[in-house]
Every structure is written in C-alpha cells, then in structure tokens.
Design a protein around this ligand. Structure first.
Ligand SMILES: CC(C)(COP(=O)(O)OP(=O)(O)OC[C@H]1O[C@@H](n2cnc3c(N)ncnc32)[C@H](O)[C@@H]1OP(=O)(O)O)[C@@H](O)C(=O)NCCC(=O)NCCS
Length: 205
C-alpha cells in the first residue's frame, strides 16, 4: 500500500538521500535552490509517498512572490527509481496542488521539464515577464494558475517569502506533527494505492 502523507521531521534524512539519488549533489547549485535555502516549506505542502512505511517519494512547495503576486514554488519532486511510472509522481503533484488550492493559494511556479509538468497544466506563457535569481533554461520556467488570472500582470523578480528557518532533520516543525492528519478530516484524504496499481487523485483542484 502506497500512501501520500504530510512530511514529518523524521523523514528528512530519507528525503535528502532520495534527492541525492535523483539529482546528485549539484542540486544544491540550482537557481531554484536560492529560493528555498534557509526557508521552511509552506505549511502542509511538504508531502512524502510511503510504501508500507518506506519513503519512496517527496515533494515540497515554498512561499515566494512572483513580482507582486504571492505564489508557491513547487519542487523538488522525486520518486525513487524503483517506484517510478506507477503514478506516484502525479499523486504527489496533484495532492499538493489540491491542498494549495484548498489553502487559498492562487498560483504555483516551478523550474522543471515542460513535457512532464504540462500534464498538470503548467505553462510557459504565464512566466514571460518574471525573472529568477540566477540562470535558468527559460523553457523550463513554468507557471500554473489555481485561480483564473492569478498570474496576469505578474512582472519582475521572483523572491523567497517563506519563514526563514533552516530545515534541519532535528528541527520540530509545528505544522508537520501528527495533528496534520487532520487533512483527512477536512475532506482531503491522503491518496492511496492498493496492490501497486496507480489510482489518480480524483478531484480537480
Ligand atoms: C519525474 C518523476 C518525479 C516522475 O515520477 P513518477 O512517479 O515516475 O511519475 P508518474 O508515474 O506520475 O508519471 C510517469 C510518466 O511521466 C513521464 N516522465 C517522467 N519524467 C519525465 C520527464 N522528466 N519529462 C517528461 N516526462 C516524464 C514518464 O515517461 C511517464 O509517462 P507516461 O505516463 O506517458 O508513461 C521521477 O521520474 C523522478 O523522480 N525523476 C528524477 C527527478 C526529477 O527529474 N524530478 C523533476 C522532474 S523535472
């Protein structure tokens, strides 16, 4: 049984190992990392995929401002290579987007492969007047409006706005404790698979 649940502080070492395996150490040099370093992910928007307790996927979203528009930066997202092509990546992206929408967020941006993120409706044309704090392949700089028109007029630099706090494995994060199971109570149950067959998260955000 694979489940998608909120990240806990205890997940940090396994997440770092998974990200090292997926991206290598050069991941720390990425321009998007300049918007994440020294910040905490957005509350309730750091998720992991577990296969009978083993961490096999991760996604984190971060508070940023896109010009003057409040937005979320999505990434990194990674799935352990032995668990790919089962819909886990899609479940992580879709669950995080639904949660973001439920929280009232209106726009999500990322740097990633357009052929992958296009399936979640991320678009290049929304980002034409925005810049990142470093070099980036422009066709990988994508945006998604969770509310129509949210990125209309977004112009200028993208900058980090999340809570400034190192995300250390030992740091207790108040929004990531057991109480976060409350998402299920709020009508947004964690995504689950039985028998390894992918079941896409049903509701659109
Ligand atoms: C990208 C990643 C998270 C997808 O996880 P996953 O659980 O395998 O994804 P899903 O099962 O939901 O989707 C698989 C589909 O995505 C496609 N896909 C995977 N990575 C892709 C990429 N970089 N570009 C285009 N398509 C991609 C697969 O070919 C497959 O296509 P299909 O549905 O037509 O067969 C995973 O491949 C991974 O961790 N890659 C290394 C890290 C990485 O590159 N992350 C960011 C991507 S920019």
């Amino acid at each position: 049984m694979i489940t998608v649940v909120t990240e806990t502080p205890e997940d940090a070492p396994a997440i770092e190992s998974l990200l090292d395996g997926a991206f290598g150490q050069r991941r720390h040099l990425k321009t998007a990392e300049r918007l994440r370093e020294g910040r905490r992910p957005a509350d309730g928007l750091a998720l992991v995929a577990l296969d009978n307790g083993r961490l096999v996927g991760t996604i984190r979203l971060w508070h940023v401002e896109a010009g003057t528009v409040p937005a979320l930066l999505l990434g990194p997202v990674a799935v352990h290579e032995d668990w790919r092509n089962r819909g886990i990546g899609a479940a992580l992206v879709e669950t995080s987007l639904k949660r973001a929408h439920a929280q009232g967020h209106t726009a999500v941006i990322l740097v990633g492969d357009a052929p992958y993120y296009g399936r979640f409706d991320f678009r290049r044309d929304l980002m034409l007047d925005l810049t990142l704090p470093g070099p980036v392949e422009l066709d990988r700089f994508l945006g998604l409006e969770l509310a129509p028109g949210a990125l209309t007029g977004a112009r200028g630099a993208v900058r980090a706005t999340g809570v400034s706090m190192p995300l250390a494995a030992a740091t207790p994060l108040p929004d990531m404790d057991a109480a976060d199971v409350g998402w299920a109570d709020a009508g947004r149950p964690d995504v689950a698979w039985a028998g390894g067959d992918a079941v896409a998260a049903a509701a659109p955000y």
